[in-house]
Design a binder for this molecule. Structure first.
Ligand code: SDX
Length: 431
């Protein structure tokens, strides 16, 4: 009887076999360690999209897609959404434990005193065309941080890694607000250290020289909650990108800038912007049936943005929270958005339709978030920037965790080659 912790794999065509250990974590499915497979059998594994592949061990976030469970360092997202704050959740993701009062005050003080951009960095924005997409500006500006901060680029030094994390979490709202201000032709605003993290961001976004800004606590609370919900999500495409870039020894700013560009795609973080555009295209609840029909038509590339998920085959727990929050925030802000009616009708129609039920396609985190951002006065092109501000805490936590994991190596997948066999070069006259 072979060790229950071993999976034996036999290639019957060559009679070569491999005894592969099963690795289990704290929660979730066991994984087959295929590290010796190629040596034992001469075969690679093939899993485009990584639907059945664990790329790493991690203690940061756990997702159970069938049960709709999301834990940050073991704490259920529902409890953190109700009781915590984005800055406290950022501390938790980075350090693995919730902070006590002294630890939180120290962390908040560090973040608050690293919020300014280098003054020269403001010139970057002048080089962009007036209608540059904010995600393009954000990616460029974050990558350029490595041109300004040489003093914290020793990726092997824990103190440098921590300083870079503080700088990224602190400066992301400042840079994001600068992207918005440039796109609307307003003068940039310096961060106000007497404001808390999210309120400070809203101030940098919307305060204009000609009049004081009436800060709305409902807006700050709603945005803080959205940031909590978007802070991390296991090995999603952008986090995996940050890890892969980080595995080469690249500095944290370059690694996070790569994550920003990966997030931009409409299949990922760009979905929240795509959802709003799609709801506007659908226009009224009466057009929902046609939209659902198009989404099911294999000859039509149209998909319901904000629906489906690689991992969640049940409701995305974040979508449930945001959905409830949507109604509450719009009521508190006195906003009546007809797009909410379209979204609710779309959700109702899809969840009753066999095509979506059979494929377990439910609303994801991006389906309702845009309606709240819109109610807060944030323009559609800035929605994915909001996602990036929040996910920076997750990205840099994973980047640090990878550096702290002994034996971490550069990520370098293999492939199935389908190109031409070996052939000799032909002179032009013979082609
Ligand atoms: C995020 O990974 C993460 O954790 C990401 C994220 C995070 O926090 O980091 O959760 C954030 O990116 C959420 C997802 C946002 N993207 C969208 O809302 C875009 C719309 N959704 C789809 O593009 C799609 O559902 C994905 C990209 C989210 C998931 O793609 P998969 O897992 O590769 O699924 P698939 O394309 O294999 O789809 C399975 C079936 C297919 O039909 P069949 O081939 O079986 O007939 O479902 C269909 C798909 O055509 N399908 C959809 C659909 N999504 C999947 N059909 C219509 N509308 C959709 N939205």
């Amino acid at each position: 009887m072979s060790d229950p912790k071993i999976v034996k794999l036999v290639d019957e065509s060559s009679n070569r076999s491999s005894e592969l250990p099963l690795i289990s974590g704290t929660l979730g499915p066991a994984c087959i360690d295929i590290g010796t497979l190629y040596k034992d059998t001469g075969h690679f594994t093939y899993d485009p999209g990584y639907g059945s592949t664990a790329s790493t061990k991690s203690a940061i976030t756990y997702i159970d897609g069938d049960e709709g469970v999301l834990l940050y360092r073991g704490y259920p997202i529902e409890q953190l959404a109700e009781k915590s704050s984005f800055l406290e959740v950022s501390y938790l993701l980075l350090n693995g434990e919730l902070p006590n009062k002294t630890q939180f005050e120290g962390f908040e003080h560090e973040i608050t005193h690293h919020t300014m951009m280098h003054e020269a960095q403001k010139n970057f924005f002048q080089g962009f065309h007036h209608d540059a997409h904010p995600m393009a500006m954000l990616a460029a500006a974050v990558a350029s941080l490595s041109a300004f901060y040489h003093d914290d680029l020793d990726v092997e030094d824990p103190a440098d890694r921590k300083l870079a994390a503080i700088r990224l979490i602190a400066k992301m709202p400042t840079i994001a607000a600068a992207c918005f201000r440039y796109s609307v032709g307003w003068p940039m605003r310096y961060p106000r250290n007497n404001l808390e993290y999210v309120t400070r961001f809203l101030h940098m976004m919307f305060e204009v020289p000609s009049e004081p800004l009436e800060m709305n606590p409902v807006a700050a609370k709603a945005l803080d909650l959205l940031f909590i919900l978007h802070a991390d999500h296991e090995q999603n495409a952008s986090t995996s990108t940050v890890r892969l870039v980080g595995s080469t020894g690249a500095n944290p700013y370059a690694s996070v800038a790569a994550g920003i560009t990966a997030l931009w795609g409409p299949a990922h973080g760009g979905a929240n912007e795509a959802v709003l555009k799609q709801l506007k295209e659908i226009g009224t609840p009466d057009n929902v049936e046609t939209a659902v029909k198009r989404a099911k038509d294999k000859n039509d590339s149209f998909r319901l943005m904000g629906f489906g998920h690689r991992v969640y085959k049940n409701f995305d727990p974040r979508a449930k929270i945001i959905r409830e929050m949507c109604h509450k925030v719009l009521a508190e802000l006195g906003v009546n958005d007809p797009l909410l009616d379209v979204a609710m009708k779309l959700e109702e129609a899809a969840l009753k339709d066999d095509y979506f039920v059979e494929r377990k396609l439910y609303p994801n985190v991006d389906f309702y978030s845009g309606i709240i951002y819109k109610a807060l006065g944030i323009p559609t092109e800035m929605f994915t920037v909001m996602f990036a501000i929040a996910r920076t805490s997750g990205w840099i936590s994973h980047w640090i965790e990878q550096h702290e994991t002994p034996g971490s190596r550069i990520g370098r997948p293999r492939q199935i080659y389908t190109g031409a066999g070996v052939r000799d070069y032909l002179p032009t006259a013979k082609r």
